[in-house]
Design a protein around this ligand. Structure first.
Ligand code: SFD
Ligand code: AMP
Length: 619
């Protein structure tokens, strides 16, 4: 790799990923660290990167504290209920108490917000959601980040974190490559904020072949947010809590605006309300959790999945009634035109006009995320004023590696953040990172040339593998010496799908299947030493695959550890089909030893910080 140019950049704060959390972190780093050097590195182009690239139609997390619509306590109760009791309430409360100020800034920055004409308040889609004309959402937050950073690097994929050579378990920066020029980039930093989004395409998607890129969550979300910290031994939490979403079939159009604003509802093929049919069966699995309001997302999925399995499908969204109202009809279409254009295109191509035909729904393949109705991610310190000792080690949103912070999908335990909460969490992490530097916790960091030179060899090896292996190609792309990133990805997706609770088994798994899955993942990991990349784009694909694989290992280990079915509708442990509060009313935490690559698992208590009894609004 002698011909690859190396660039070394030193900064105070390095932000990895310029999505919602990354732009929030970049903006807030400048607010608190006027004189600090702030660098943000983005795999795509920050103007249109991340899950919000195409736009959104709603901001799904807004309290409305100024009008006493909701208070942070209400949101904690809501998220706790939706996640079947398992959240970090300190993190959720902290996000909720700050999220409104974030949304008010979006408003000031020119994001078109819908207003309720009668009250003058933001137009509510639901109790927590407000409606926006959100096609321009991402460019607007990107502008704030661009004005705040010393430098934004686009088209650089970060592949590894750097560690301090002097002090154990302290961060030193990160490295990656520019997928257009191929140059090698070394970013030395005093504090690093990982904001690299969630993970799609680790489970085989429903759409394969030519439709493969069509998933609900962004197809380019490749789990770097998890793989980077896992690789350096940071602890992770709730990685078993993958999410399955109810979506419009084939286009994966979100359903929130339909359920909440248009007040549409679902029915089976015979026009029946199937959810109540499954009440007794669900109660026998999860007990009183089925009586909670609103019904937890996973339990709504559960009824859907059971009904389809029992032969009651297809399941339809009843749109024909709502769409008779011209205003609601417009909202229904605009919702997709501003967020998921593909759904509108699917309907057009299949002759579906929701005014006259009730469209089909489906349940998606699982995704790994920390920001939706799910809370997989890194185990982080909470804020000083709220967190019990087990949840606090000095700096808000700092992982168990010193100087390494996280936000958005990266952070576990804090569900229902969505776009606004992720940006808010980026701000919180940045404020703490500045303090970490001011407290001189980052003094004396040394990153040797050897460390980043060794990594350079590792990073570019797939190009080397291809250059050598292509001479042995026996036909087409078949070579005995290397596998291509797409071949590896399809292998990964089948392992996860068939053994770890994907669509192939109707989300079912058990200990034996998980053990087999872990074995196959290990062999895949070994074979990925021989992944070949014919150009820099394929080199990115190779590293995306490696990050997805390490994320998948962690998900599988967690799924094996939790011997209960806590979230029926997300996945089922066939050997432990019931929710088991006596043994598993706890958070799961893992650590992968960077040297041995072995995971160890432990239980952590769930502290209910917000009082149940004072609940004033059922939400
Ligand atoms: O209805 C590297 N989301 C919704 N949020 C809402 O508030 N309202 C909605 O209406 C939402 N809906 C929705 C949503 C997402 C999608 C895809 C659809 C619909 C179709 C969820 C939010 O988008 C989500 O919560 C936040 O975006 C999460 O923020 P963050 O920052 O954790 O992830 P990101 O925005 O994807 O950004 C990640 C960035 O990292 C980059 N990256 N950069 C360098 N090196 C690497 N190795 C990297 N790996 C990744 C990415 O390119 C990206 O820019 S509804 O359906 O819920
Ligand atoms: P979605 O469009 O499905 O991603 O959901 C957007 C928002 O609406 C999220 O806050 C969901 O939790 C919420 N939501 C979606 N469907 C329902 C429903 N049937 N009942 C209550 N909340 C919902």
């Amino acid at each position: 790799m002698a011909n690859v140019k190396t660039h070394v950049e030193e900064s105070d704060i390095l932000i990895i990923g310029g999505g919602m959390a990354g732009t929030g972190a970049t903006f807030e780093s400048r607010h608190w660290g006027r004189d600090l050097k702030i660098v943000c590195v983005e795999k795509a182009n920050i103007d249109r990167s991340g899950a919000v690239a195409q736009g959104l139609y709603a901001i799904n997390c807004y309290m409305g504290m100024q009008w006493d619509e909701n208070q942070p306590e209400d949101h904690v109760r809501y998220a706790r209920n939706d996640l079947m009791g398992m959240v970090r309430e300190d993190l959720g409360y902290d996000m909720a108490r700050h999220v409104d100020s974030t949304v008010h800034m979006f408003d000031e920055w020119g994001l078109p917000m819908m207003k309720n004409e009668k009250t003058g308040r933001y137009l509510r889609e639901g109790k927590w959601q407000i409606m926006i004309h959100g096609e321009s959402y991402k460019p607007i937050v990107a502008e704030a980040a661009k004005k705040s950073a010393n430098k934004i690097y686009n088209r650089i994929m970060i592949t590894h974190l750097l560690m301090d050579d002097e002090k154990e378990n302290r961060i030193g920066g990160a490295v990656g490559f520019n997928m257009r020029t191929g140059d090698y980039h070394v970013f030395k930093a005093k504090a690093v904020i990982v904001a690299a989004g969630g993970a799609s395409h680790i489970f085989k998607p429903r759409a394969v072949g030519e439709g493969m890129g069509r998933t609900w969550y962004a197809p380019w979300s490749n789990g770097s947010a998890y793989a980077l910290p896992i690789a350096v031994g940071a602890k992770m939490t709730q990685m078993e809590n993958r999410i399955v979403l109810c979506r419009f079939k084939d286009g994966y159009g979100p359903v929130g605006a339909y359920f909440l604003h248009l007040k549409t509802y679902t029915q089976n093929a015979n026009g029946e309300n199937y959810e109540k049919k499954w009440y007794d069966q669900t109660k026998s699995l999860v007990g009183e959790y089925i009586d909670h309001h609103p019904t937890p997302t996973c339990l709504r999925n559960h009824a859907f999945i059971q009904e389809v399995q029992a032969g009651g499908g297809p399941i339809h969204m009843v749109t024909k009634e709502a769409f008779q109202d011209p205003h609601l009809e417009t909202v229904g279409w605009e919702n997709f035109l501003g967020m998921t254009v593909g759904q509108a295109v699917v309907w057009a191509s299949q002759n579906i006009d929701p005014k006259y035909t009730n469209p089909e729904l489906t349940t998606s393949e699982p995704y790994v995320m920390g920001s939706h109705a799910t809370c997989s991610g890194a185990w982080v310190s909470g804020p000083e004023d709220l967190s019990p000792p087990e949840y606090f080690w000095g700096y808000n949103r700092m992982l168990t590696v010193d100087g390494l912070f996280g936000a958005g999908d990266t952070v576990g335990g804090s569900a229902h953040k969505f776009s606004s909460g992720s940006f808010t969490e980026g701000r919180l992490a940045a404020k703490a990172a500045v303090k970490y530097i001011e407290d001189k916790k980052a003094d004396g960091i040394k990153v040797s040339e050897k460390q980043y030179k060794d990594l350079k060899e590792v990073i570019y090896k797939p190009l080397e593998n291809y250059t050598v292996g292509r001479n042995e190609i026996t036909g087409g792309t078949v070579s005995p010496s290397y596998i291509s990133p797409i071949q590896g990805l399809q292998r990964l997706q089948r392992i996860m799908d068939e053994y770890v609770g994907g669509i192939a088994t109707n989300y079912m798994t058990n200990e034996n299947m998980l053990n087999r899955g872990l074995e196959l993942l290990k062999w895949l990991e070994e074979d990925l030493e021989n992944v070949g990349a014919e150009d820099y784009h394929q080199l990115m694909r190779a590293w995306e695959l490696k990050h997805r694989t390490i994320t998948s290992q962690c998900v599988t280990e967690h799924t094996k550890f939790r011997e209960e079915t806590r979230w029926p509708g997300y996945y089922y442990r066939g050997d432990h089909l019931k929710l088991d509060d006596d043994n598993w009313h706890c958070l799961t935490v893992s650590r992968r030893d960077p040297k041995t690559k072995k995971f160890t698992m432990e239980k952590f208590p769930v502290y209910h910080i917000v009082d149940e009894k004072k609940e004033k609004k059922a939400s």
